[in-house]
Design a protein around this ligand. Structure first.
Ligand code: SF4
Length: 213
């Protein structure tokens, strides 16, 4: 189970590295403090993508707590608060809770979509990768979006593609890397599996996955 989590983190490291290299050359970045994409109830992940986070939460001794929260027991999550539809790991800005500003409380462990959103391609109708641009980027940094489109015209593979990353996740373990689910549901399944595995294998302590970065 931990080996699989390390392999997921290694894939995330590759994704982050590719995006960082792109951003070193192209001025495309999210506005400071923006968390609008985290407020979409449509955010999805596979349970496998949530495995590193589940391992980390159990490592901290918070696995059962989060499992209970995601199953609807007790207080809601990090601050997504009353809105159980959105990611429970999103903490809205307390001074402007409905502004879309806020932060991810589990940033190093976030799933693929959260890493790729605004910085990945989809296949265009002519079979050429196209930027799946974020609406906020288009509004607030149109010059960055234009630069990204120009960079992709010169090198269509200079950003990761959603399809290729999804295939790599499935290849890691098809049994739980294939089904895209609402993010809270995916997290709940991953936490349940890690908790069950810990019981079965009599694990009482998990190692940090930090070194996978
Ligand atoms: S995991 Fe983090 S980045 Fe992804 S939707 Fe939740 S709060 Fe946002």
């Amino acid at each position: 189970m931990e080996d699989l989590a390390v392999r997921v983190m290694a894939l995330y490291g590759q994704v982050d590295g590719a995006i960082a290299a792109f951003q070193a050359a192209v001025p495309l970045a999210c506005p400071a403090g923006c968390g609008v994409c985290c407020t979409y109830p449509e955010v999805e992940a596979t349970p496998l993508e949530m495995l590193p986070l589940a391992v980390e939460l159990f490592r901290r001794g918070e696995g059962e707590l989060w499992l209970g929260r995601l199953e609807g027991e007790g207080a809601a999550g990090a601050g997504a608060g009353a809105n159980a539809e959105i990611c429970q790991f999103f903490a809205p800005d307390p001074l402007a809770p409905t502004s879309g500003r806020g932060r991810c409380t589990v940033y190093p462990w976030r799933p693929a979509l959260c890493r790729l959103f605004g910085f990945a391609t989809v296949m265009g109708k002519y079979g050429v990768p196209e930027l799946a641009a974020c609406a906020r980027h288009k509004d607030q940094t149109p010059e960055g979006v234009a630069a990204a489109i120009a960079a992709l015209a010169a090198d269509p593979n200079c950003l990761p593609s959603f399809g290729a990353i999804a295939e790599q996740i499935i290849a890691l373990d098809p049994s739980w890397g294939r089904d895209q689910l609402p993010i809270n549901e995916a997290a709940k399944i991953a936490l349940g599996r890690v908790g069950f595995w810990m019981q079965l294998s009599d694990q009482t302590k998990l190692e940090s996955l930090d070194t996978a970065f």
